[in-house]
Write a protein that binds this ligand. Structure first.
Ligand code: SF4
Length: 300
């Protein structure tokens, strides 16, 4: 976790090549699966939950427990991430200082959801200044870490395509905040050059990187080449974790989407989900009623 972000965003020294026919075979496999299932929308969270425990996927869907508070505080973390994404987009077009940007954005409620608009509009002057300072401090660190001036020519904000339809499957990704670089086509394949970066609220974990696998797979399918690297960047501590993408990892991610589609289809058809207890039981809405739960187990 010690490499600087600007080093990680640079893929010139790490060329990874992928053949088009290899990726086409994976895409064909996904398209075949998409024909055998009913209409299903799949997100990063669906894949993550279904692969950990199909019972968790069902329990989470039933409880609508889709949001978790973070150590920093859920609503401010969400707002900071949204503003980081918006600020990068704005500053790549025309540089704007973080404090000025955040202060102006928090006076404009049109882009916020109703809950955020209510929260911010009810803040007293001192609270507002505190919020502006805290968020702009995070943005200033990002500005320093990614050296915006240097990479802006090849940068785009967010995934280039956040929703794709493949037969009966709709895949939706919302966890990539920055997409830098473009692959280079050569002969029957392409050199991967793109970096997908996700801002996370807590210290970045292995789990955060694994979750980016879904977006990496979508990126591969939509552009014809996997990203070279995925990075999870901690908004509040500035630490990064990354994976240099290889063929096995992308194959695993596309396989996980297929497996998730089949799992969801079986559950929707009335089959009882399989239960695969583990650490996931800690965050499962069913952890006190599920007989398979490993929650609270302790080693002998
Ligand atoms: S409690 Fe554990 S085993 Fe049971 S459904 Fe939830 S995650 Fe699966």
């Amino acid at each position: 976790m010690n490499e600087s972000l600007i080093t990680l965003l640079d893929t010139t020294a790490h060329p990874y090549g992928f053949r088009f026919d290899w990726l086409n075979r994976l895409s064909d496999g996904l398209a075949k699966t998409a024909k055998t299932v009913p209409k299903i929308t799949i997100t990063t969270t669906d894949v993550h939950n279904a692969m950990e425990c199909p019972g968790l996927w069902e329990a989470t869907k039933n409880s609508n427990a889709t949001t978790r508070r973070t150590a920093y505080g859920g609503r401010q973390a969400t707002l900071t991430r949204q503003l980081a994404r918006r600020w990068i987009q704005a500053t790549l077009k025309s540089p704007v200082r973080p404090f000025i940007y955040v202060e102006a954005q928090l006076k404009d409620f049109s882009w916020m959801n109703p809950e955020q608009a209510q929260w911010i509009s009810q803040q007293q002057f001192e609270e507002r200044i505190e919020t502006v300072s805290e968020i702009s401090t995070v943005l200033s660190r990002i500005e320093k870490d990614i050296e915006c001036e240097d990479f802006k020519l090849s940068a785009a904000t967010g995934m280039r395509q956040t929703q794709i339809e493949i037969g009966n499957l709709t895949l939706i990704s919302d966890d990539v905040d920055l997409c830098v670089g473009t692959h280079e086509i050569e002969g029957e394949g392409a050199w991967a050059k793109t970096v997908l970066l996700s801002f996370v609220s807590d210290r970045p974990t292995k789990n955060d990187l694994e979750k980016l696998g879904f977006s990496a797979a979508m990126h591969a399918i939509t552009t014809g080449c996997p990203p070279a690297r995925v990075i999870a960047y901690g908004l509040f501590d500035g630490l990064s974790r990354h994976i240099d993408v290889d063929a096995d990892w992308i194959g695993l991610q596309i396989g996980s989407i297929m497996a998730t589609a089949k799992t969801i289809s079986r559950i929707r058809n009335g089959e009882e989900p399989a239960y695969t207890p583990g650490e996931c039981c800690e965050r499962c809405p069913m952890n006190t009623s599920c007989e398979a739960s490993g929650h609270g187990w302790s080693p002998f």
